[in-house]
Design a protein around this ligand. Structure first.
Ligand code: PLP
Length: 414
């Protein structure tokens, strides 16, 4: 049976228009990497580019490179390359800081914007329980400052929870644990109808499925650079602000890089005219250089093609599980159109099963308390990887291999 499944997988690979892109990544021998949704793989061009930036631009160019190598415009340049991936105009996105810090800036800016428009009583930031922790924690931080009030409502109750007190609806477009996708257009419309602004976290969306921020009239967005954008560990994140809000945008981290004229060294803060006012301190040039390579590669492949392949990969993986007679509890939506590029399964021994898979070279991840999460980064995975991963999972379960002691030791990072 394994042979028949593998033969079909190889046929799909032979017909895959994205097959050639696998070579554009450096992947270790013997590893099936199903965690590109947590840390994207290394593009082959990245070490070359980093070497150039470190030895040439830094080592030789020294401080001259701020001008000569375009370091000063890097945050804007990388942002403008991310923009078409999320349905934004090039001057509406900027790269820098972490997603967490960008959330802080934009939640605070949204509260300020409501106050400016005479709706200062609106203090509630509405989100859903089980949203990515940092999104919820950043609201809590602003709550402690006396600026915000956190309100959580289940995803099917969100619209009715938007009342006159809600300043901002803050949601993650593709849920990090289940992979479920929100209807961005419908929720944005409902929030606007009730006078609230909307901030979308695109960490699990950008680079794996099409996003149309301006088509949905979104106000703000943030997202992560190290997942599907393959920017490397701790890569700079990005932030989007719709052009119509640029003039009124006041964010609280008024550092000198967001100043209209940073090198005038004035004593008084004047925000830069456009999206640059979201900057705070000096841009991380090495991180931006690596992110730029990842973003260019994803843009070259194209989001529509990536999405089509990601859907085909996850559907084929489920089919392979069926062939092996595996009946795992799927917590992701069953239809690929309703999920991002991942499948999550619930199992009381998910942690040990995940560790046993990793020992076999199949790298997925575990999300507390009982979720085995497998990501299908479409830029570098093959259909044969799906067949092999399903076989490994079937063997881990049928042999009881996961019960070995070493697989229940918890690591710091899961
Ligand atoms: C990965 C992820 C983040 C990461 O935040 P950082 O501050 O960049 O570590 C934030 N939100 C969501 C939804 C994520 O999936």
């Amino acid at each position: 049976m394994a042979d028949a499944i593998l033969a079909r997988a190889r046929e799909f690979d032979a017909a895959d228009p994205l097959a050639e892109y696998r070579e554009r990544f450096i992947l270790p021998e013997g590893v099936i990497y199903l965690d590109g949704n947590s840390l994207g793989a290394l593009p082959a061009a990245t070490p070359v580019r980093i070497e150039q930036v470190v030895r040439g631009e830094w080592g030789e160019g020294l401080i001259r490179s701020w001008n000569d190598s375009g370091w000063i415009g890097a945050a804007r340049r990388v942002g403008s390359k991310i923009a078409p991936l999320v349905g934004a105009q090039s001057h509406e996105v900027i790269a820098g800081d972490s997603t967490s810090v960008n959330l802080f800036k934009l939640i605070a800016a949204a509260l300020d914007m409501q106050a400016q428009s005479g709706s200062g009583r609106r203090k509630v930031i509405l989100s859903e329980p089980g949203n990515f922790p940092t999104d919820l924690y950043m609201i809590t931080g602003l709550e402690r400052q006396g600026l915000a009030q956190r309100r959580l409502a289940d995803r099917d109750r969100l619209i009715e929870a938007i009342d006159d007190d809600v300043a901002l609806l803050l949601l993650t477009h593709v849920h990090y644990k289940s992979g479920e996708v929100f209807d961005m257009a419908a929720l944005t419309r409902a929030a606007h109808d009730a006078g609230a602004l909307v901030l979308w976290d695109l960490s699990h969306s950008c680079g794996s499925l099409p996003v149309d921020l301006n088509g949905c009239a979104a106000d703000f967005a943030v997202g992560c650079g190290y997942k599907y954008l393959n920017g490397g560990p701790g890569a700079p994140a990005y932030a989007f602000v719709a052009e119509r809000h640029h003039a009124a945008l006041n964010q609280p981290l008024t550092g000198w890089f967001g100043h209209a004229a940073p090198f005038a060294f004035s004593d008084d803060y004047v925000p830069a005219p456009g999206i640059d006012r979201l900057l705070c301190g000096t841009s991380p040039i090495l991180g931006l250089a690596a992110l730029e390579v990842g973003v260019e590669l994803i843009a070259e492949i194209g989001v529509d093609r990536l999405y089509a392949k990601s859907q085909a990969l996850s559907e084929f993986f489920l089919e392979c599980l069926g062939e092996w007679g595996l009946d795992l509890e799927l917590v992701s939506p069953p239809h690929s159109a309703q999920r991002g590029s991942q499948l999550s399964f619930r199992h009381p021994e998910a942690y040990a099963i995940c560790q046993a898979l990793i020992a076999r070279g199949v790298i997925g991840d575990f999300r507390d308390p009982d979720i085995l999460r497998l990501g299908f980064a479409p830029a570098y995975l093959r259909f044969a990887d799906m067949a092999e991963a399903a076989r490994h999972l079937a063997e881990v379960l049928s042999t009881g291999e996961w019960q070995r002691d070493e697989f229940s030791q918890r690591n710091a990072v899961t």
